[in-house]
Design a protein around this ligand. Structure first.
Ligand code: SAM
Length: 178
């Protein structure tokens, strides 16, 4: 009985720490963890028009759902960056159960080297998108695609926009090409 109580207490403590960590990181990043809905994931994958051997990033990958779906669609090299503890742990659990080769880094994507990217998925805020675009333009090769859920990049002309579609419950999706 004593051992059971200790195990439960440890579990509760770990969960509390993960929740606290996620709240603090979200405040600091000003981008909360909001997972992309399944139908939107499917739409973003369709927009990406993936090819075998593409290098696919999700910057702020949450639980990795876009990357795991991309990996199911084509033989891609998928890479994610996530700083918040709860989505990061969820991504690692999903990676294990999907037997996935996706790499998930618990790190700030502003410190990532993105030069091998073909496709970059994002679901961030408008300010972060602006800062990220500067980095992507500086590092990535011509033809790299950015696919953004909901948020456009201020002052940058997208190659294509899928307007918000309330009937199909789809948000605006923006495609940019470097
Ligand atoms: C709106 S959620 C989207 C999650 C996932 N991309 C999806 O579509 O389901 C944005 C995520 O980006 C993460 N994030 C924001 N800024 C980050 C940064 N600089 N480095 C790593 N992760 C970041 C947040 O912790 C959050 O989980």
């Amino acid at each position: 009985m004593e051992m059971f109580r200790e195990t439960v207490a440890t579990g509760v403590m770990i969960l509390t720490l993960l929740m606290l960590g996620t709240a603090v990181v979200s405040l600091f990043l000003q981008v909360p963890y909001v997972p992309t809905k399944k139908r939107v994931v499917r739409k973003m994958i369709e927009v990406a028009n993936l090819k075998n051997n593409d290098v696919v990033y999700d910057l702020g990958c949450g639980d990795g759902r876009l990357l795991f779906e991309a990996e199911k669609t084509k033989k891609v090299n998928a890479k994610g960056y996530e700083l918040a503890p709860i989505p990061y742990v969820l991504a690692q659990i999903k990676k294990f159960f999907n037997k996935s080769k996706t790499t998930i880094h618990m790190a700030n994507f502003f410190s990532a080297n993105l030069q091998d990217a073909n496709i970059i998925f994002c679901y961030l805020g408008p300010d972060t998108m602006g800062q990220l675009y500067t980095k992507i333009k500086h590092e990535c090769k011509k033809g790299t695609k950015i696919i953004s859920n909901t948020f456009s990049i201020h002052g940058v002309e997208p190659s294509k926009v899928w307007a918000k579609n309330p009937k199909e419950k789809l948000p605006s999706i923006y495609l940019y090409e470097i």
